[in-house]
Design a binder for this molecule. Structure first.
Ligand code: NAD
Length: 290
């Protein structure tokens, strides 16, 4: 396929590389990042998008996505696909899908989980919103860049799935970290705590697969001085999107709200920026109740 790829940062660059290695012709554009080897550089986003069968975007936020979509859609042929893999607000995803429909372009919102490791290994999970036709066109690309693609529903459904998943993740990680900190103060060994909880009803991905305690459980960023991994500020971004969405549809999400506040304090006032999101454990461990 002829593919345009806009936004070749930490995630986009390895995704584009995998597409290129699988034999697709990839033309890229990024405001700042260098092109990975084998990806042709276009001078503008519009030039990267012209005459492509699929244009993939992997951008920081919804406002940037909207402005890039405005620029590239007039260059795209009717029936081609605008495939956004960024994590953005549901409203922006739906607005871009409407703009695309007005140009006869098919749109998919397809945020990912799996992080930069998954992007490099081609093992991302895609959560996809949009039409069946668009999904069918993009399916072979999901197979290259990922290990699983779930068609969640109409436009916006992919972003909805992503922020609900990550809201659970933020809540369970905060809960797991505060429980370890409590266990410390109760004199309970962290290894014993892991042994019990990872096979009891308190288990979760945060405990079992990504244990926030160094030297306990499987290898995780905790074993690497909490270098990310999944950075606390990216978790904060997703939690804020969950609360923005909850506000828009009047959903009561008190746990998500509290997790958002905790990550906000951690990232903005407590040197959490640049740390893995599991570094809430030393944060809780160093604090008392007040
Ligand atoms: P990044 O900042 O490394 O990359 C974004 C790229 O977009 C940058 O290279 C930037 O120069 C480029 N860009 C910004 N504005 C642009 C414009 N107008 N035109 C062209 N290029 C532009 O970020 P990332 O880590 O690659 O994340 C990308 C998206 O993936 C985000 O929405 C993020 O939330 C999501 N995501 C990231 C991870 C992760 O672990 N990094 C995991 C899942 C999802």
């Amino acid at each position: 396929m002829k593919i345009g790829f806009i936004g070749l940062g930490n995630m986009g660059a390895p995704m584009a590389t995998n597409l290129m290695k699988a034999g697709h012709a990839v033309t890229g554009f990024d405001l700042a990042a260098a092109m990975p080897e084998g990806v042709a550089r276009a001078e503008t986003a519009a030039m990267a998008a012209a005459d492509q069968e699929v244009v993939i975007t992997m951008l920081p936020n919804g406002a940037i996505l909207r402005s890039v979509a405005q620029e590239v859609l007039p260059e795209m042929a009717a029936g081609s696909v605008l495939l956004d893999c960024s994590t953005v607000d549901v409203e922006s995803a739906r607005a871009v899908a409407d703009m695309a429909a007005a140009s006869g372009v098919l749109a998919l919102d397809a945020p990912v989980s799996g992080g930069t490791g998954g992007a490099s290994a081609g093992t991302l999970t895609f959560m996809v919103g949009g039409s069946d036709d668009a999904f069918a066109i993009a399916a072979p690309l999901f197979e290259i860049m990922g290990q699983k693609a779930v068609h969640c529903g109409a436009s916006g459904a992919g972003q909805a799935a992503k922020i609900c998943n990550n809201m659970i993740l933020g809540i369970t990680m905060a809960g797991t970290c505060e429980a370890f900190a409590l266990a410390d103060k109760l004199g309970l060994d962290r290894g014993k705590m892991f042994d019990v909880v990872s096979t009891s009803s308190g288990y979760s991905w945060s405990m079992n697969a990504y244990c926030p305690a160094p030297g306990v459980g499987p290898q995780s960023p905790a074993d690497n001085d909490y270098r990310p991994g999944f950075a606390a500020e990216l978790m904060l971004k997703d939690l804020r999107l969950s609360q923005q969405a909850a506000g828009a549809v009047d959903a009561d999400t008190p746990m998500g709200q509290r997790a958002t506040e905790i990550y906000e304090a951690f990232v903005m006032h407590e040197d959490g920026k640049g740390m893995d999101f599991s570094a809430l454990l030393p944060r809780f461990a160093a604090r008392g109740r007040s």
